[in-house]
Design a protein around this ligand. Sequence first.
Ligand SMILES: NC(=O)c1ccc[n+]([C@@H]2O[C@H](COP(=O)([O-])OP(=O)(O)OC[C@H]3O[C@@H](n4cnc5c(N)ncnc54)[C@H](OP(=O)(O)O)[C@@H]3O)[C@@H](O)[C@H]2O)c1
Length: 311
Amino acid sequence: MSQLDLVTGAFSYTGRFVAPRLLARGRQVRTLTNHPDPTSPLSGEIEAFPFDFADPGALNAALRGVDTLYNTYWVRSTHGPASFAQAVGNTQTLIEAAKAAGVRRIVHVSIANPADSDLPYYRGKARLEEAVRASGLSYAIVRPTLLFGHGDVLINNISWFLRHLPVFGIPGDGGYRLQPVFVEDYADVVADAGFSTDNVVRDAAGPEIFTFEELVGMLREAMELHTSLIHLPPALALAGTRLVGLMVRDMVLTGAEIRGLMAELLVSKEPPTCPTRLSEWARAHQAELGRRYASELDRHYRRAVAGAQGR
Ligand SMILES: NC(=O)c1ccc[n+]([C@@H]2O[C@H](COP(=O)([O-])OP(=O)(O)OC[C@H]3O[C@@H](n4cnc5c(N)ncnc54)[C@H](OP(=O)(O)O)[C@@H]3O)[C@@H](O)[C@H]2O)c1
């Protein structure tokens, strides 16, 4: 009988790259999700349970028999019913439920540079790392920088705007750095972390560091575009993203995300752990890059209604 793991969000963005790696290593996989996807090639192989943080019995039933919990659950921003405080509370509930159900190990996805800062995303991540360490479970904490590849939001949508707008606004001087990591490399790190027995904390970060302006310029070049780049004061850039957000009916970039970017929080302080170079990937995928807008609100809010109705 093969061992059973649970990957939260196995049909969502990064979970869908982690789950196949576990299946390929002979594990059985369950998921907690509010978006079961019957069209996914994984759907026949993965048993889906709803996220039901208010029902300890349901959470316990989903986690019973699970050896390793791979936790990707988090929210990108406060929006509608979702908030960082709620995501912290829900994750603490999940960790407690895992303990109660006899889960052996947790691989918890955090973020590079979690800190007790005034940015609630990073503050919440720091608190949850503490909760994982204090849980008594065997643990690995994986801290990705900025993910790219097949279905990502930020790199894809920068590319979409470069394709669709005549002018692209760069917040501030564009000299702040970021270090993208390929989602398949990240999934290798996350899956491998489940098979170690050590308590570890590890960044998942790619080999290239770009300034924001270099990154946008590189994507523009990879797509052979001539979109003009202009520098805008951050407040004006935020107003601009809100305006285009109305156009695409999405939360394009929040003020807190712009502050996090400008504070270089998406750069690892460790040597790179992942091999794929965004500059090469972007050139190799230039035909598909930015062709389709990736909407955060469609993924997690509008589709949630359809998902709930479909169940
Ligand atoms: N994407 C990045 O560039 C990036 C960078 C650094 C760190 N991370 C971290 O990596 C982890 C996974 O990220 P991801 O991009 O794979 O996230 P995701 O696919 O958008 O979501 C991961 C999980 O969280 C749930 N979730 C997300 N937003 C939600 C909302 N508003 N309300 C309720 N549930 C919500 C999803 O539910 P469903 O299963 O129902 O979809 C899914 O199970 C997160 O912990 C994130 O902080 C991501």
